[in-house]
Design a binder for this molecule. Structure first.
Ligand code: ATP
Length: 323
C-alpha cells in the first residue's frame, strides 16, 4: 500500500505541573495515499498531539513518523510544500474580503495569483470572494481556512476537527469540500471525535484510544469486522422466539431479544435459517443489521477500559449526524 503518512511506535509524554501525562503511547498508523482518512478517537486520546508531531510542532519522545516517505521532523522541509494543515483557527483580517485575505497569503507564500480564484472555486466560495471576512458564517470561515491551505496546491491536507462548532449546514459544506478533495486524489487526514462525521466522509480510518491504535482500515471493513459486538448481526423474526432462542443458543450463537425479534450475532444469515428450519421453526423475517462505526467503536474501546470516553463520543453523534 502506498502511504502518505506512517508512524511507528510514536510516543509523547507531556510534563505538566510536575506530573507526567502520556498523550501518545506507541502509536503505529498508516494513512493511504489519496482519499479521505479519518483519525478517530475520544477527546484527549492523542489526535492533536499526533498531528502536531507530524507537522514538527511537537517533538516525539520516541518512535518515527514519515510524510511521503520522508522522516519528520528531520526532513520536513523536503515535504512541507506538499502539506497543508489547519490545526488551530487561522487568523484572517476581519475587514478584508475573503479574496484580499487570500491574495495577501498567496503573496506571502509565493503562490501564483490565479490560485486565489481556483481555491475560492474549490471551496465553493467563488461568489463570496468579495465579501468581508467579518460577515462570513462559521462554515464559510472554515472553508476559507481550507482555501488558504490549498493555495500551494498540497498533496496532503491535515484538518484537526474541522467541523467543531459548526452548524449542520456548515458541517455539510466542509464535509463536501473534503470529499471532493479526496476524490481529486489528494490525501485528506481529518481528525474527529464524532463517529458519524468520519463514517460519512472517510474512505479509511484509524481509531485510537488512550494514545494507541485500536483499529485501522477501510471504513466498510471495520464496520463489517468480526469480533465486535453489534457487528455482523441479523434480526430474526420467528413465530416462537423463545424456542428459537434456545435452539440457537444451544448451537453456540450469541443473541439478544429485541421485542418479538432475536438479534443474532452471525456473518452467515443462511446458517441461522437452516438451524431453525432443522427444528421446525420457520423464519418470517431475516434482516442483516448494518453496524455503524459507533457500535464498532464502542465494541473496540470497551475492551480498553474507555467506556466513559466512548460514551461521550457516542453522544457526539447527533452533532455530526444532523445534516
Ligand atoms: N501542551 C500540553 N501539556 C500537557 N498535556 C497536554 C498538552 N497537550 C495535550 N495534553 C494532554 O495529552 C492528552 C492528549 O491530548 P490531545 O489534545 O492530543 O488529544 P485529542 O485526541 O486531540 O483530544 P481533543 O479531541 O480533545 O482535541 C490529553 O490528556 C491532554 O490533556
Amino acid at each position: 500500500m502506498d502511504v502518505a503518512v506512517r508512524t511507528v511506535n510514536l510516543r509523547k509524554t507531556y510534563l505538566s505541573r510536575g506530573s507526567r501525562r502520556v498523550a501518545v503511547t506507541g502509536l503505529s498508523m498508516a494513512v493511504p495515499l489519496g482519499g479521505v482518512h479519518g483519525f478517530l478517537g475520544p477527546n484527549g486520546s492523542g489526535k492533536t498531539t499526533t498531528i502536531r508531531m507530524l507537522l514538527g510542532l511537537v517533538r516525539a519522545d520516541s518512535g518515527t513518523a514519515e510524510v511521503f516517505g520522508e522522516a519528520v521532523p528531520k526532513r520536513l522541509p523536503q515535504v512541507i510544500d506538499r502539506v497543508g494543515a489547519i490545526v488551530e483557527s487561522p487568523k484572517f483580517f476581519p475587514t478584508f474580503t475573503a479574496r484580499q485575505n487570500l491574495v495577501l497569503l498567496a503573496g506571502a507564500i509565493g503562490s501564483p495569483r490565479h490560485r486565489v480564484d481556483e481555491v475560492l472555486e474549490a471551496t465553493h466560495l467563488g461568489d463570496r470572494g468579495r465579501d468581508r471576512y467579518s460577515g462570513f458564517s462559521l462554515g464559510m470561515k472554515q472553508r476559507l481556512a481550507i482555501a488558504a491551505t490549498l493555495l500551494k496546491d498540497p498533496d496532503l491536507l491535515i484538518f484537526d476537527e474541522p467541523t467543531n462548532g459548526l452548524d449542520p449546514a456548515g458541517i455539510r459544506e466542509v464535509r463536501d469540500t473534503m470529499r471532493s478533495l479526496g476524490a481529486e486524489g489528494k490525501t485528506v487526514l481529518v481528525s474527529s471525535h464524532i463517529l458519524a462525521e468520519v463514517e460519512q466522509v472517510a474512505d479509511t480510518v484509524s481509531i485510537i484510544g488512550h494514545g494507541s491504535l485500536l483499529a485501522e482500515g477501510r471504513v466498510s471493513d471495520i464496520l463489517g469486522g468480526a469480533g465486535a459486538s453489534g457487528v455482523g448481526q441479523v434480526r430474526v423474526g420467528v413465530a416462537s422466539p423463545d424456542r428459537a432462542a434456545q435452539v440457537l443458543q444451544a448451537e453456540g450463537y450469541t443473541l439478544t431479544r429485541d421485542d418479538a425479534y432475536l438479534m443474532v450475532g452471525t456473518d452467515d444469515p443462511s446458517a441461522v435459517t437452516r438451524s431453525l428450519a432443522g427444528h421446525g421453526l420457520y423464519v418470517s423475517e431475516l434482516v442483516p443489521v448494518r453496524a455503524d462505526l459507533e457500535s464498532a467503536f464502542l465494541a473496540l474501546t470497551a475492551g480498553e477500559g474507555l467506556g466513559g470516553e466512548a460514551d461521550r463520543v457516542a453522544g457526539g453523534r447527533s452533532d455530526g449526524g444532523a445534516s
